[in-house]
Each structure stands twice: as C-alpha cells, then as structure tokens.
Ligand binder design. Structure first.
Ligand code: 5GP
Ligand code: ZN
Length: 109
C-alpha cells in the first residue's frame, strides 16, 4: 500500500487539516513554503495521468481554494502544483495537489 493510502487509513500519522468521505488534506512533512498542504483523493490514483473522474478533480481544486482561504493566503497568493511523472519529480505515486503560499514563491516558469 502506498504511503498516502497509509495516511488515509491513519496507519501513518499526519497533520490533517481537512477530511471528508472522498478527500484528505494534510501538512507536507517537508514544507517548501510557510503554508504547504497536500490535498489528495482517498481513493488511490497513481497520478494525473490515471485520473478519469471529473467530479473528484473538481472537488480537489475547489478544496484547495477553500483551504487557501482558511489558511489566509487567498489574498497574498498561492500556487497549486501537481507533479506528474519522473521529469516533474513526482515521488509519491498517489495523486496529490500541493498548495503553497504564505511567502513569496519562486517562479518555476
Ligand atoms: P511529489 O514530489 O511526489 O509531488 O511530492 C511528495 C510530497 O510528499 C513531498 O513534498 C514530501 O515532502 C511529501 N511527503 C512524503 N512523505 C510524506 C509523509 O509521510 N507525510 C507527509 N505529511 N508528507 C510526505
Ligand atoms: Zn495510495
């Protein structure tokens, strides 16, 4: 079982900031910004390449927006990143959105 599935099952502790039937959001263990959250579907999907469900993709993005509001970075700004595959540096092959903010972020492109 992948590490994020273990986090979903609470077999590995994490700092959960949001949970419902389909989605879990928790703090990244090695934050790359003052606010760095990971937002994942509870159901295992390897990466965006394997994602088929429009509804869950929409929910993940809208949840990221709500969490940005909750963490008070809506106005200052934030990035949402989905690393997909080797060249993007995806390490955990369970689809996740990074929500980054709370400070000026380096531009990737
Ligand atoms: P990726 O490069 O796959 O997009 O990012 C994976 C992210 O998961 C990294 O930012 C890494 O710090 C985070 N991460 C890896 N293992 C754990 C863990 O056990 N707990 C938490 N909270 N984050 C993790
Ligand atoms: Zn998984």
């Amino acid at each position: 079982m992948c590490i994020f599935c273990q986090i979903v099952k609470k077999e590995i502790p994490s700092q959960i900031v949001y949970e419902d039937d389909e989605i879990l959001a928790f703090k990244d263990i090695q934050p790359k910004a003052k606010v760095h959250l990971l937002i994942i579907p509870k159901k295992h999907i390897n990466s965006l390449n394997e994602a088929k469900n429009e509804e869950i993709l929409g929910k993940l993005l809208l949840r990221a927006k709500e969490l940005a509001k909750e963490f008070k970075i809506s106005k200052s700004g934030y990035k949402i990143v989905i690393n997909t595959g080797k060249d993007a540096g995806q390490v955990i092959f369970h689809l996740h959105l990074h929500l980054l903010g709370g400070e000026e972020l380096k531009s990737f492109f």
